[in-house]
Structure formats: structure tokens, C-alpha cells
Design a binder for this molecule. Sequence first.
Ligand code: AVJ
Length: 318
Amino acid sequence: MQTSQFAITEGDFRSLFIRDVLDGLQQPKKSLPSKYFYDSQGSQYFDQICNLEEYYPYRTELSMLPDVARDLNSILQNSWEIVEFGAGSLVKIRLLLQQLDNIEHYVPIDIAGDHLRQASDRLQQEFPQVSVLPIEADFTQPAPLPETRSLPKLGFFPGSTIGNFSPEQAQIFLSNIRQSLGKHSRLLIGVDTKKDPNVLHNAYNDSMGVTAAFNRNILTHINRICDANFDSQTFAHYAFYNPVASRIEMHLISTLAQEVNIDDQMIAFSEGENIHTENSYKYTPDEFLALAATSGWDREKIWQDKAHMFSIFLLSAR
Ligand code: AVJ
């Protein structure tokens, strides 16, 4: 398999990482970009989160995909190309490819290049009739798609990852992919729904403390890459549902006054000061459709599980 021409070097990654971290921590209200949860340890914690009883989104979406794929197979006529944003371990795409007869190309985009290439090689062997064309890139940045025969494109964005963007950022992202996927494209997107706030709360406050470890691991990741000296045990995991903003907020709260060195800078924390590490927005189906409509995407079909814990939308480009 070829290496992508868009691959970024380790040095680039480190300097962008340091710049993002210092930008976030030098604001009066400290924050960190949630994409930095995902080093290999963080990806392992995330996999553990997906297996938790309290964390319903992953298993609910997974259980819906076989039905979605069956319905989709009668909608998608002729040849299609699937482009997946933030493809991870390529688990969900299998449930689609098992039932879709008309997929010629599959283009998974993910920032974790080695992991992506290994998973792509395995997928290629399982589905020899589909050309698997991985791209190592940060899917939040516009990146050129491979020059393939001009097939109509189905974007795939599962997991409610869209919830990590603010509604304004989500609108920009959806418009951008509407542009890059082109005319006649469609988008299959998984979105977490609004529900009993106690259920939402528990999904981000699991009894085993896996989400807490996942949250704190962002500091360990910063230590390793940015030459920093966070003591992650001095930060408390704090996650709650904010019904006014329609989002789960995750924070790390310093339990003492302390100073932390990052690269050649010093960042001071007072006791009780927070770092905002993640938002996870929740949408009613109508709210999400209204947002998508402002980005050039029209409703084609909606699937929901019986308990309305999760929603999957098929949108078509206007
Ligand atoms: C991968 C972004 C969908 O927001 O629910 C899980 C990440 N954070 N537990 C989410 C996450 C804390 C997850 N997404």
C-alpha cells in the first residue's frame, strides 16, 4: 500500500500539538482539543468505554447498522464510493459492506496512520471486491480525496463524533464535506439523542472509572509529546450534562494550586481551576435535521432504536 502524500511528519505533529495545547491553556478559561485524547492508550480506553454497560451510544448504533445496511442496499443503485471520516478500527464499515452490493471504493480517513493501514489491509483481504484506499489525515481539516473514477460518494460519519463540534463548527464541517463529496452525494451519520439527563450523566461517569482515566490520559499524552510534567492524579474528572447548551461537558479540575511546565512555558493552576476537555452535543432528530439543512443536506431517511437512545440519518446533497 502506498503512503499518503498528505502524511504529516512527527515533527509537524509535535509542533502543532504544542501550539494547540499552549493556545488552549493560555486562555483565561482553559481548554484542550478533544482530538488529543486519542494516543494508543487513549484509543484503548475508548474501546473499553464502548464495552461499558453505562455507555449506550456505541452498542446501540452497532445494533442498528445491519438494518440500516439492508435498507441502504435498496436505495443505493449502481456503483458507489464510501468515504469514512475518523474511521478508527474499521469495525462499523464491515456491517455495511456485508450487505451493500454496489460499493466499488472504500476510503477510510484517520489521523492514526499505522493503525489505519493495518486495519485497511485486513479489510481488503475480507472484501476483495472493494478497493480499500486509506488516507492518513486529520478529518477535521479539508483534505483532497483520492482521484478515483467519478463515482457518487456516500459519506459515513458514525459514533456521534459530530457531537464533539459545536453546532456552528458542525455546520461548517457538514458544508465542507458536502462540497468535497460533491453533487449527488449522500451522508450516513450517527447522532446521539437528547434523553433523561441521568442516563446521559451515567454514560460519562461510569462506575469503573474508565471515562475518568480516558479524560486524565490527555495530560499523560501531553507529557509524552510536549515534554510536559502534569501529575494527572492531581486533576479530578468532572463530567455533567448541561441542558441549556444541550451538551455533556467534560472537565479536568486541579485539586491544588500548582505550576506545570510544557515545552519551554509554565502554566499556573489555582486550586479548583478547570480545563474543559470535551463537549458532546446531543440533538433531537428535528434539531439535527435543521442543522443539516443549513449545510446543504436534506433528509432522506431516519433510523432510531426502539428506546430512542440513538439516531442514524441518511442525508442527500441538495
Ligand atoms: C467518540 C466523541 C462519540 O462524545 O460520547 C466517550 C467520546 N468521551 N466518553 C462521545 C467520549 C467520553 C465520544 N465520541
